[in-house]
Design a protein around this ligand. Sequence first.
Ligand SMILES: N[C@@H](CCC(=O)N[C@@H](CS)C(=O)NCC(=O)O)C(=O)O
Length: 379
Amino acid sequence: MAATDICSERTMSKPYILYGAEVSLYSGKTRAYLRYKGIPYEERLATLAVYREIIVPKIGRPIIPVLLTPEGEYLQDTTAIIDALEPRFPDHPVYPDTPAQRLVALLLELYGDEWLVMAAMHYRWQYKRQNLGTILRAFGDLLRPQSPAWLKPIIGLLPAFKFGGMYQKYFGIGKPMHAAVERSYEGFLDEFNAHLGKHDFLLGSRPSIGDFGLIGPLYAHLYRDPAPGKLMRERAANVARWVERMQHPEPRSGAFLANDEIPDTLIPLLARVFREQTPVLQDTVRAVTAWCAANPDADALPRVIGRHTFTLEGDSSERAIQPYAQWMFQRPVQFYQQRSDAERARLAPLLQQIGGLDALNTVITTPLEYVGYRVKRMR
Ligand SMILES: N[C@@H](CCC(=O)N[C@@H](CS)C(=O)NCC(=O)O)C(=O)O
């Protein structure tokens, strides 16, 4: 056997290592993906020691999940992780290869990743009486698993202050917006629940990248945390069962619906994406363009470049402008804009129905890329 064969056999048999946590939103997205694809992996808790010795030195900041490949490469950002693994594990792709389904899957990934995170944070931190004990213990368990049980909630206070203390200003969802966040999430739950009465996943019997985007917020926070978990089980039992299917999938099973079908039951969900989220994304593109014009020599963009107003369920507030969100928005926008005229014409009736034409025609003059674990200007 040639040396390279032995070498690749060895890397093939070594598992991937996922540094993450059950309480972490984006860890849930990656874990569900690894399980569905049947990729051999071991999950390691992102303890304080792991943050100090691995995550911060390799990634440059304390963030999870991080995936270590058998070849020794560290990957961060769930979308970058999935995009790196899809070509390595091509069986049962999670990206549909037909235009309408691919577009819908990318849009719903974005809604899960960058919009439902607001509901996830709100329901975790605003229902303290029901959630706080569980959350503090979980953070303590994660950061210092060897500590005595009585100490864990105290250790958990540090991340609780960090995550629970900042998000309202960051996402602009302080007290005046609480009712809007809940109306929006309850509407989403009802619509997704109705869809799941007819289909196992968004686009048939196989989970797509859209399902993986949604499972992040819908597992760690909205299913596992006591208060929203009760709401989900009582109000949207089909969604709770979908979470369980996503957590314990039959690896590499199922198929997307034939003929590029978009089920009617997804129409209200897609209309919600364009009503709630894409105005913020379009304004993010405007802000990024202005920032790049004002900082022509800068390559990496800061995590936040100011604040802008947004409206949710008729109520308005101000939130941080995140260039990262433009990078994620580029995925459906560029996919749509790169289709042929004939394909775009075929997509038009659907996009008109869900109010998506304007957003998908957004002109992005300063595209961003994600390299070196950061969002940078594409030169
Ligand atoms: N877009 C990133 C987000 C990762 C993320 O925000 N992770 C959270 C935990 S679920 C975190 O570590 N946040 C700390 C921070 O951002 O400073 C991804 O998809 O991986």
